[in-house]
Ligand binder design. Structure first.
Ligand code: FES
Ligand code: FES
Length: 140
């Protein structure tokens, strides 16, 4: 418990009660999956978004195999981007997460993992969508 004392309460809350932990079927056409790793420590984060017809994120889930700050960062990120458009979600910066969770400098890369993960999920969703549209156009 001693090592936790330096952390801000919000980190501990997101660490002890992470929001939106789980999985969504990767194959669903409206799900984008981001999977990223931190070279510095080997931690891995998976973040998934479900996007509605208006391009708004309706659901978010994550699984993080990593340190407490990475788990707290992904938990924070899932709450932050729910209800956002893809454009808005792509603009959430790791510096915001680090500030909100009061992460110390050595833990900055943990929040960067969350930024990378949402960007990667958005890209995956967009790639899938383009493929789907191209296929529909080819069939028309
Ligand atoms: Fe970095 Fe978990 S591997 S603290
Ligand atoms: Fe590497 Fe936190 S993600 S120490």
């Amino acid at each position: 418990r001693v090592e936790k004392r330096g952390y801000h309460e919000k980190v501990i809350d997101h660490y002890e009660n992470p929001r939106n932990v789980g999985n969504m079927p990767k194959t669903d056409h409206d799900v984008g999956t981001g999977l990223v790793g931190a070279p510095a420590c080997g931690d891995v984060m998976k973040l998934q978004i479900r996007v509605d017809d208006n391009g708004v994120i309706s659901d978010v889930k994550f699984k993080t195999f990593g340190c407490g700050s990475a788990i707290a960062s992904s938990s924070y990120m899932t709450e932050r981007v729910k209800g956002m458009t893809l454009d808005q979600a792509g603009q959430v910066k790791n510096t915001e997460i680090a500030k909100e969770l009061c992460l110390p400098p050595v833990k900055l890369h943990c929040s960067l993992l969350a930024e990378d993960a949402i960007k990667s999920a958005i890209k995956d969703y967009q790639t899938k969508r383009e493929k789907r549209l191209a296929m529909a156009a080819a069939q028309a």
